[in-house]
Design a protein around this ligand. Structure first.
Ligand code: HEM
Length: 197
């Protein structure tokens, strides 16, 4: 039997959409944990930081897979109404966003690799999977390590600020296209099934 697909909007593949929303959710939860972990009651602080690290290390894996998927599956074409500048801006923002969502958790991992008490707090993803620290940082002499630990934390914080700025532009852009230009922008990244007639 022949099926005619009703596909008025060109959409990302379902896998790309699942990666998009899953990574976005992990980042939102981790931003929340990053700022609140230290404010929790004493017995919760360490588990909250361990959860933050577990989610971040998982994000590194998911973002890497997402980038590989994206390289193998071109994005659907942008709507005709996008001008040349808007196309270039959207493309640049997406490339930088991919860079930031990878660099942010990697910077956290590097920061943690230079943690002076690392031996007392081994990395275990979700308390199950043992994970390694970067040897070149873990084996620095104590004074250098402490300085590098601080610098990598500053990098982690600044990458987070850069991500907030770019995500704000990304969301505002999507909302403008959806509600001001009247395009089916949000449907492009919908996870649901493609309907058949
Ligand atoms: C989805 C990825 C990640 C996001 C969005 C994220 C975000 C953040 C944010 C917003 C903070 C608070 C910064 C501040 O106090 O100004 C933070 C702190 C921190 N992050 Fe991450 N991070 C991620 C991944 C990681 C990873 C993979 C690790 C280590 C394996 C890590 C280790 C840390 C540590 C140790 C802190 C300090 C926590 C504390 O002492 O309260 N992060 N992160």
């Amino acid at each position: 039997m022949t099926q005619i697909l009703t596909e008025p909007v060109s959409r990302y593949t379902r896998v790309a959409a699942v990666f998009h929303w899953l990574v976005a959710a992990l980042i939102v939860v981790n931003v929340g944990l990053g700022y609140t972990a230290e404010l929790l009651p004493d017995t919760w602080v360490r588990p909250a930081i361990d959860l933050h690290k577990s989610i971040g290390l998982t994000a590194i894996g998911l973002v890497s897979m997402r980038i590989l998927w994206r390289l193998a599956h071109p994005a659907p074409p942008l709507p005709e109404s996008y001008g040349r500048v808007e196309r270039a801006a959207a493309h640049t923002a997406h490339v930088v966003l991919y860079g930031l969502i990878l660099a942010l958790p990697v910077s956290g991992w590097l920061h943690d690799s230079a943690f002076k008490d690392a031996a007392a707090h081994p990395l275990r993803i979700f308390w199950l999977i043992p994970w390694f620290r970067v040897g070149a940082l873990a084996h620095l002499d104590p004074t250098t390590k402490e300085a590098v630990h601080g610098q990598l934390f500053a990098l982690h914080v600044w990458l987070a600020y850069a991500l907030y700025g770019l995500v704000a532009l990304h969301v505002l852009g999507a909302l403008k296209h959806q509600f001001i230009d009247g395009e089916a922008e949000l449907q492009r990244m919908r996870v649901g099934r493609r309907r058949a007639l």
